[in-house]
Design a protein around this ligand. Structure first.
Ligand code: FUC
Length: 784
């Protein structure tokens, strides 16, 4: 029986992308359908995006921001929106592309029995087993980080039974051909641009390939070589497939490289040597021993995966195949091991999709089969990209956080011009979408009503929380000095340079609250208010965290300046219903159940509102959560799980987790307000597929068991009553602590701390607290 905490398995092949099983090494992504006679594996490479460097540049327009600000502060909100739309918006982000597919055609009968496909999360191996013509076939699929390749082994229990053709196909401009009668290559190019609208403003999707060298897109080359045990390989001259006949087993090695050479370097004029790399690599596969490669892969993967182990128990329902298990959970959520599986799957996705040297996880991680993916499968940074990384530090995957931090480094460079050109500001800033080319300007292309989402220079601030948290979890002075401090300082410099004095205090004047609207005093629906609560919260967050950096570095002047300024930033206001106000006034809400809960940033992911230090504000956050309601898109449910965990209300969080594990039909249309849940392959459904909810589930579950803020570590802060017995090992707390917990009858049995460095902490459990001086490397055990 497969391990219900660590294995997805099915008794039929996938018939949709959201049923296929994901593999990846951060850079190469593969979706395995597990079909029998005609197998499909969707392929991705994380730098295959449309576009080229600086494809979004435009002239300076900061004088218009002064007009916008004036209009907003005078309550002329519609004028402010018009100014933004006409003068401050820039082009849309670029699009993340699929590379194409690897296809396998087997010539055995279509009559199949004994079928099973599985994904073992702890080893990162997908398998397909079945019987055809009396022969048992077995396939194994891995995407190896150490060997940087997709590797598929096909074997049978009868000699000479492995017969198939392997092909590559792509919708990108490309050419498939054989070389040396033994290898199959695909050479191609990504489009220079991607549009949703034609010149008449109609919504049509199209892409263009420019002939101007500086506008040429990312070039790529993929290649396949097959090593055989017995049998023969045929590769006719000028054909587009390899054929394998009468082998005992075969191993397919797929490699890919692109010319992408950094966000600011032309992939055509100044690209990496991608062309010879693939051929050179494939020339060596004959020297590889598949078993050794597999061993190295599972060792590499499980080193991260096994750092955390969760046990919530299981029931007979836990042994069902994953699809049936999900369906039955919908009617009767009596399967605690499904929570564990979803938790483990989220960590699996992070290790598979975000590795040192790779791009960070986008809206679909790295797994996208669509030419025109929802929201361009870009980096949407007003919640989604950050949410992807919420569990990284706390679930012991700090290494996987690094691609995001690398992207913030790029943004800190690319966003200098944006801060200057749009706001006349110092430092750097970035808005609500980013892409491979590190777009930092507001998207929207002068579209109507784009202020709603595009006018928001706060992703730079929110991303800085990640840069800072990486230090808090792994205190390392050289990282702080060389990475965190300079980035946070320049981010603070932007907000310092644009803060405006109002009668309420300092604020970023003319503010939106991501994608929400309100009715002004005249009953007009507006997007821009005098200011937005989230803007002030992010500014305070950046200032406070930068101050901490400065204190460690010894930059007293800047720290003092920030300490003085932060006191003057407009504080939270409580509205007529006891809720946190989202804008400058108690306006009538346009959509009271709106999916975003941006005004609650201070409670999660921020920390300035919490039950211990600001109980009244925490109560107002609670009220706001109640007013917003539970229903939502996948990521919205996910954010609320985390919020209720910070409210120390595990039972409410549990209800939301059950909602997030609702089965969602792959054909469900896009929905902005409700219907979030889970597809058959456990991918999160917005709907459509969006990976952020997978990660919010992981961080939410972790926050039920362990929370840390500064030097305060709280054990089992929000244990749901349904999780009576259980254990978790290897979670991380700030200050460099690894924590393992066991509980029985809803009460802590013991907690084991392994400090990576000396750290003075306050450990809290069930309202009681003790001060502990942790010494590096010395384990400390608490009995509950
Ligand atoms: C934000 C959300 C949407 C969606 C999109 C990718 O704009 O409001 O629901 O998740 O990002």
């Amino acid at each position: 029986m497969p391990d219900s905490n660590n294995t997805l398995f099915y008794w039929k092949p996938a018939n949709a992308f959201t049923g296929a099983l994901p593999l990846g090494n951060g850079r190469i992504g593969a979706m395995v359908y597990g079909k029998t006679t005609h197998e499909v594996v969707n392929l991705n490479e994380d730098t295959l995006w449309t576009g080229y460097p600086n494809c979004d540049s435009a002239p300076e327009s900061s004088s218009h921001y002064a007009d916008l600000k004036k209009a907003a502060l005078e309550g002329r909100f519609k004028d402010a929106e018009a100014i933004f739309e006409e003068y401050l918006s820039r082009g849309h982000s670029q699009t993340y592309l699929p590379m194409g597919d690897l296809l396998l055609d087997f010539n055995h009968s279509e009559k199949i029995t004994d079928y099973c496909r599985a994904l073992e999360l702890d080893r990162a191996v997908a398998t397909v087993d079945y019987k055809a013509d009396g022969v048992c076939y077995h396939r194994e699929y891995i995407v190896s980080y150490p060997h940087d390749a997709l590797v598929i082994k096909i074997s049978a229990d009868k000699t000479k039974s492995v017969n198939f053709k392997v092909r590559l196909q792509s919708r990108l401009r490309s050419n498939v051909y054989t070389v040396d009668k033994s290898k199959l290559f695909i050479d191609g190019e990504a489009p220079s641009s991607c549009y949703n609208r034609n010149s008449e403003g109609k919504t049509v999707n199209f892409m263009t390939y420019s002939n101007e060298p500086e506008k040429r897109g990312v070039q790529f080359r993929g290649g396949i070589s097959v090593t055989l045990d017995g049998g023969e390989l045929f590769a006719a001259e000028d054909s587009d497939f390899l054929e394998i006949k009468n082998a005992d087993s075969a191993v397919i090695w797929f490699k890919i490289a692109t010319s992408f050479n950094g966000y600011d370097r032309s992939p055509f004029l100044d690209g990496r040597d991608y062309y010879s790399v693939v051929k050179n690599d494939l020339d060596h596969v004959g020297e590889y021993d598949y078993d050794a490669v597999l061993k190295e892969h599972t060792y590499d993967f499980s080193e991260f995966y096994l750092r955390v182990k969760l046990d919530l128990g299981s029931t007979p329902e836990s042994d069902l195949p994953t699809d049936e298990r999900l369906m039955q959970f919908f009617n009767n959520p009596n399967d605690p091991s499904l929570f564990t599986l979803a938790f483990n799957f989220g960590r699996y996705l992070m290790i598979s999709g975000s590795r040192q040297g790779s791009q960070p996880l986008n809206l679909q991680g790295i797994w996208n089969d669509k030419f025109f993916a929802p929201w361009r499968s870009n980096y949407t940074t007003n919640i989604n990209t950050e949410m992807n990384y919420w569990p990284a530090e706390m679930t012991n995957l700090a290494d996987m956080h690094l691609p995001l931090i690398e992207m913030v480094k790029d943004i800190a460079q690319a966003g200098v011009a944006t801060a200057h050109d749009l706001y006349g500001g110092k430092g750097f800033c970035s808005h609500h979408n980013c892409d491979l080319w590190r777009k930092t300007t507001p998207p929207g292309n002068k579209g109507k009503n784009i202020s709603l989402w595009a006018y928001w220079p706060f992703s730079s601030g929110w991303l800085c929380r990640h840069v800072w948290e990486h230090y808090e979890y792994n205190p390392d002075f050289s990282y702080l000095r060389d990475t965190a401090y300079p980035i946070l300082k320049e981010c603070s410099n932007f907000y310092l340079s644009v803060l405006t004095e109002t009668e309420d205090g300092l604020c970023f004047a003319g503010g939106t609250s991501p994608e929400n609207q309100f009715y002004d005093k005249n009953g007009v629906r507006c997007m821009i208010g005098k200011y937005a609560t989230m803007s002030n919260a992010i500014i305070r967050d950046v200032f406070i965290n930068t101050t901490k950096c400065c204190d460690i570095i010894g930059d007293k002047d800047f720290a003092n300046r920030l300490r003085e300024t932060v006191k003057k930033v407009i504080p939270y206001k409580i509205g007529s219903q006891g809720q946190i106000l989202e804008y400058d006034d108690d306006y009538e809400e346009n959509e009271p159940h709106h999916r975003h809960i941006s005004h609650l940033y201070g409670m999660h992911p921020g920390e300035e509102i919490n039950l211990e230090q600001t109980p009244e504000l925490a109560q107002a956050v609670r009220k706001s959560l109640e007013l917003r309601g539970d229903e939502g898109t996948g990521w919205s449910l996910g954010w609320k799980i985390n919020q209720w965990a910070r409210q120390h209300d595990g039972d409410h969080a549990y209800r939301l987790m059950c909602m997030q594990l609702r089965f969602v039909d792959p054909d469900s249309p896009m929905n902005y307000s409700k219907g979030g849940g889970t597809y058959l392959n456990l991918f999160d459904a917005h709907p459509p597929f969006q990976i952020d909810g997978n990660f919010a589930f992981v961080s939410g579950l972790s926050e039920l068991l362990l929370q840390s803020r500064g030097n305060l570590v709280t054990l089992l802060p929000a244990l749901p009553s349904e999780f009576k017995e259980g254990s978790i090992s290897g979670l991380c707390a700030k200050g460099g602590l690894e924590v393992s917990l066991t509980w029985e009858n809803g009460k802590l049995k013991n907690a084991i701390f392994m400090p990576k460095q000396n750290f003075d902490a306050v450990v809290r459990y069930d309202g009681k607290q003790v001060k502990v001086r942790f010494i590096a490397g010395q384990e400390v055990t608490f009995e509950g």
